[in-house]
Design a protein. Structure first.
Length: 437
């Protein structure tokens, strides 16, 4: 960490010496980037979820800590956003290379997200769709609920027995819970395999690694806290039973080739090699998150394409967990069909956050369409409260990333190309609108 910190400290101090932010007409993109980092960290003092990671120089951190009862300085932050937006607009880009133009475009979109979050923290409200567009640079689709009713009918045919579909699914799925005393062994095996597959294609930092912790009382199932210098802390929530299919999901999504790899490559390729200090801070509610979550979910299929996932589950993870493999094929088929219901969660979030339905009604939608147990459904509404329209980043992000890569030839039957394009995506300053046709 010391080598990286020294590099970034030198960059930040040089910006300060040259009067970063004092004269808008003379500001370079590096000056603006440093001021953007300062702004994000300042806003983050008022919202504990806003800054997901920071491993940049201490010189850019707020000079003082705010008190718990400090009023939120909406106008001051809005003025800073406007100042930086104008500075970006005033840059002469006629002679710069395309990648730098893309960097500037991303900074503009990130600033729009910061400005939107500042407005929200200051009391402004937006509809679900408005918020998603301004924060994540994406327009969430509206999917009629009867689309999901058809999928539920297909699931109903797969799950014979007495009782409602939800009761039959929950009864069947109980057979695939990972026993608590075997949870870590299963996850470590999944992580080891995901890392091996990723290392075949990417030159990751030699010292990269992460620590896994098991936690409780969270609104999410897993979280990656990137620490810088190729290090992550990954927390897995054990409030509810964890099912066997989640082992590969979480190992890939949080680790390889998901969040851990994404952050390590951004740090290596953009912060260290290019000196783009804005990538040393990650504001969670920003366009960067759609690419981060979408690539983390798509990375599951990149690492375990086709039947390879089921084969590994049956041959390695099921035995470690002590789960009978005789129904594994049927369970896998059910999970694939169930994954197509995922967008129903967005519809529940939209209706709930727009005030069209109550929390209880949102939970009932999740029970019906995602087949959640009542307690898990209520936990998910806590996620809606905390992260709001962030939910689009998982499924819409996945679809946009998949389309972007497969459109360029990174299909399942061309894994080398798929890994190449996926790695490039993880190392470029792109947003949702930039990767769409």
């Amino acid at each position: 960490m010391q080598k990286i910190s020294n590099f970034i400290q030198l960059f930040a101090l040089s910006a300060i010496i040259w009067g970063c932010g004092d004269n808008q007409e003379n500001m370079t993109v590096d000056d603006i980037a440093a001021e953007y980092v300062r702004l994000v960290l300042q806003v983050g003092q008022y919202d504990g979820d806003f800054v997901d990671a920071y491993y940049g120089p201490d010189a850019l951190k707020p000079a003082t800590q705010i008190s718990e009862d400090a009023p939120f300085p909406t106008e001051e932050f809005m003025d800073q956003c406007t100042h930086l937006e104008q500075a970006l607009a005033d840059l002469d880009v006629s002679q710069v290379e395309d990648l730098v133009k893309t960097r500037i475009q991303l900074l503009q979109k990130q600033l729009m997200a910061v400005k939107t979050k500042v407005a929200m923290l200051g009391g402004s409200t937006f509809s679900f769709d408005e918020e998603a567009m301004m924060l994540y640079d994406a327009e969430p689709p509206h999917i009629p609920l009867d689309t999901f009713d058809v999928l539920l009918s297909n699931l109903d045919n797969l799950l014979a027995g007495e009782g409602s579909l939800q009761e039959r699914y929950q009864s069947f799925s109980q057979q695939f819970i990972i026993p608590t005393d075997k949870l870590d062994a299963v996850f470590q095996a999944a992580i080891k395999e995901a890392r091996l597959r990723t290392n075949k294609y990417y030159d990751l930092p030699a010292n990269e690694n992460f620590v896994v912790e098991y936690v409780n009382d969270k609104s999410w199932s897993g979280y990656n806290y990137y620490q810088g210098d190729g290090q992550s802390l990954i927390q897995l929530n054990t409030d509810f039973p964890i099912y066997i299919e989640r082992a590969i999901d979480l190992a890939c999504h949080e680790g390889y080739p998901g969040h851990h790899v994404f952050n390590a490559l951004l740090e290596k390729n953009l912060v260290i090699e290019k000196g783009w200090v804005e990538f040393s801070v990650y504001p969670l509610f920003s366009p960067q998150s759609l690419i981060a979550e979408g690539s983390a979910n798509y990375g599951i299929d990149v690492a375990f394409p086709g039947e390879e996932r089921l084969t590994f589950d049956k041959s390695v993870l099921y035995p470690i967990a002590g789960i009978d493999t005789s129904l594994a094929d049927t369970y896998h088929q059910i999970q694939q069909l169930r994954s197509r219901l995922n967008y129903a969660g967005n519809e529940a979030a939209r209706s709930y956050l727009n005030g069209d339905i109550t929390r209880e009604e949102a939970a009932q939608m999740l029970e019906k369409y995602l087949l959640y147990e009542p307690d898990r459904a209520l936990q998910r509404t806590r996620f809606f409260d905390q992260y709001r329209s962030y939910v689009i980043n998982y499924n819409l992000g996945l679809d946009l990333v998949a389309d972007y890569i497969e459109r360029q030839g990174g299909t399942a039957d061309n894994p080398e190309k798929r890994w190449q394009l996926f790695g490039e995506l993880l190392s470029l300053p792109l947003t949702a609108s930039m990767i769409q046709d």
